[in-house]
Design a protein around this ligand. Structure first.
Ligand SMILES: Cc1cc2nc3c(=O)[nH]c(=O)nc-3n(C[C@H](O)[C@H](O)[C@H](O)COP(=O)(O)OP(=O)(O)OC[C@H]3O[C@@H](n4cnc5c(N)ncnc54)[C@H](O)[C@@H]3O)c2cc1C
Length: 304
């Protein structure tokens, strides 16, 4: 650790790799640190992406590889390491990783978010083969089929509503006796004709062969379904910054479109920040905006 970078990008998914492209093109002295050389991006978890403009259909893996190659082609310096803790002392950031330590004038934190798992049998085994966490992304593949949504909050109810417009039948199971989602969307869901709601019902196991074909409920009953959408919450990967940056009640780093956080010089981009729509295209946009903010901040530093 003998130099101070202009910028350190923590996370190399949609937001981080876009930030790397913009940082390389603007001549910043930077480094991108990703725990798994970008293969830890949530994008790799989806078989097909069909809502990223310019690609009618592309596999998640292929899309990340394209992002990665784009950054590499611009000679973006990228290292594989796990960012553990980000602190700020004397106007500079100290980024402690599992293997190395870095100093930087600015940091773009874009470690993403991860969906809370149910932790039941069949959930991991059928991921991408009937089990999904993103109805907007994968709902299309269940056109005219039967799906099951698990959860009772805003995400679950919104997902169920979205799916009710695509699928033949949507079943919603929730372990409590009422939804915790906003009344207005609950009302709309109750009005949907092809939706069956089961309260005080819990999933025990997801079953199938090549892909999901049924689920086992606690109590022994089984339900036939082509897919299971799990919407029991999202967990932002905020560990490295949660002690210095302000977060909302759910742990998202508070930042607007410019990426500015409560800490000067620290920017949040992508799923880890407070925002209404967590998608690849909005994460890429965040990465670009955050570099713009970094450039302005560094210009100010050199003037003062
Ligand atoms: C199953 C699934 C399907 C989806 N399908 C779609 C879709 O079809 N269309 C769409 O637009 N969106 C889809 N999404 C959402 C989309 O993947 C995210 O909105 C997007 O990837 C967010 O980008 P990001 O850069 O914030 O996070 P990510 O792309 O997840 O990248 C975060 C990066 O940070 C790295 N990282 C994490 N912690 C650390 C650490 N401590 N140190 C170093 N590196 C770290 C990870 O390895 C990863 O590379 C889907 C999500 C899921 C889970």
């Amino acid at each position: 650790m003998n130099k101070t970078y202009d910028l350190l990008i923590a996370g190399g998914g949609a937001a981080g790799l876009t930030a790397a492209v913009y940082a390389a093109r603007s001549g910043l002295d930077f480094v991108l640190v990703d725990i798994a050389s970008s293969m830890g991006s949530q994008i790799t978890q989806t078989e097909d992406v069909d809502n990223y403009t310019g690609f009618e259909k592309v596999s998640g893996l292929e899309l990340v590889q394209k992002f990665y190659k784009h950054a590499k082609a611009l000679n973006a310096p990228m290292v594989s390491d796990e960012v553990k803790l980000i602190t700020k002392q004397n106007g500079e950031f100290n980024v402690k990783c599992a293997e190395n330590e870095y100093r930087a004038k600015t940091v773009i934190f874009c470690a993403g978010a991860t969906h809370r798992e149910l932790g039941i049998k069949g959930e991991k085994e059928f991921l991408g083969r009937g089990v999904g966490y993103c109805a907007v992304c994968d709902g299309f593949f269940y056109r005219n089929k039967t799906v099951l949504v698990v959860g009772g909050g805003n995400t679950a109810v919104t997902d169920a509503l979205y799916l009710s417009k695509i699928c033949k039948k949507v079943m919603v199971i929730h372990r409590r006796n009422r939804f915790s989602a906003e009344n207005i969307i609950v009302k709309r869901l109750l009005e949907a004709e092809n939706v069956e709601i089961m309260f005080e019902t819990e999933l025990q196991e997801i079953l199938g062969e090549k892909s999901v074909n049924r689920v086992l409920l606690k109590g022994g009953r089984t339900l036939e379904t082509d897919g299971v959408f799990i919407a029991v919450g999202i967990v932002p990967r905020n560990e490295a910054v949660k002690d210095i940056a302000e977060t909302d009640n759910y742990g998202y780093v508070i930042a607007d479109e410019s990426g500015k956080t409560s800490v000067e010089g620290l920017y949040a981009a992508g799923d880890v920040r407070t925002k209404p729509l967590r998608q690849i295209i909005t994460a890429c946009s965040d990465g670009a905006n955050a570099v713009d903010s970094v450039n302005k901040y560094i210009d100010e530093l050199s003037v003062n």
